[in-house]
Ligand binder design. Structure first.
Ligand code: MD3
Ligand code: FE
Length: 225
């Protein structure tokens, strides 16, 4: 059913260098969800708090060599899970390949994600308007994958006060955010009560991120002989 609907929505440019790819992850969706369950056994979903002390309503975990974390000390990327002290679970090759393929499809060559933040939304959970700017590599795109029940996604501009457009993100949809869109304000409206055969009432969102720039090789210099 969903498959039929997403095949009717066409790839769409939703902002400067931002591409919505409807159903791009549908084939691997079931495998992605199974991998999320395995990741959550090692690094359980948890409710993070903003530096100001407010609880976020989506629950989060990560895989990859870095993971996003927030607490009284600030927003940051950590190489270990602060809950366990252990490295974040390895990013499954399926995740990495999907993110690379989607970025390539949207015109970003050579994307190699270091972190995958996994958001889990129960009914009523939301994400307020924010910018993603805890990454150093702002030239790299972010790839997002939506799974489970749909969400109303809000997409603004460079300023919090800019008007927002809204889009429905469905199971299997992928969005690639690069260029100017990379720093645009965005958020998720409260998730409506709904059911999906693979996730029940839940929605998952994967965001693939590059945090640090690749190390540039030292330029070779010719010394006089
Ligand atoms: C636009 N997640 O994790 S995905 C986030 O559905 C986040 O869980 C939302 O915003 C979610 O930070 C939205 C779409 C998304 C992700 C990252 C972006 C849009 C973006 C970064 C820059 C611009
Ligand atoms: Fe975000």
């Amino acid at each position: 059913m969903n498959d039929l609907l997403s095949s009717l929505r066409r790839p769409e440019r939703i902002g400067p260098d931002a591409m919505l790819l409807p159903g791009f992850a549908l084939e691997e969706a079931e495998s992605l969800i199974k991998q999320i369950m395995l990741i959550a056994r090692e690094a359980p979903f948890r409710r993070l708090h903003t530096p100001g002390g407010r609880a976020l309503s989506a629950e989060m975990t990560n895989c990859g060599i870095l993971g996003w974390h927030s607490d009284r000390a600030g927003y940051r990327y950590e190489s270990s899970d602060p809950l366990s002290g252990k490295p974040w679970p390895v990013m499954p090759p399926l995740f990495r390949r999907l993110a690379q393929r989607a970025a390539q499809h949207a015109g970003h060559t050579g994307f190699d994600p270091q972190a995958c933040l996994i958001n889990r939304y129960a009914t009523g959970a939301r994400m307020g308007l924010h910018q993603d700017r805890d990454e150093e590599a702002l030239d790299a795109p972010i790839v997002s994958v939506s799974l489970g029940v749909p969400a109303k996604f809000l997409f603004g501009g460079m300023h919090r006060s800019d008007l927002t457009q809204s889009f429905t993100l469905e199971h299997g949809d992928v969005v690639v955010w690069g260029g100017a869109s990379r720093l645009f304000y965005h958020g998720v409206a409260p998730i409506k009560a709904a059911m999906h055969s693979l996730t029940g009432a839940l929605r998952y969102n994967l965001t693939f991120r590059r945090i640090r720039h690749a190390i540039r090789p030292m330029p070779k210099v010719d010394l006089p002989s």
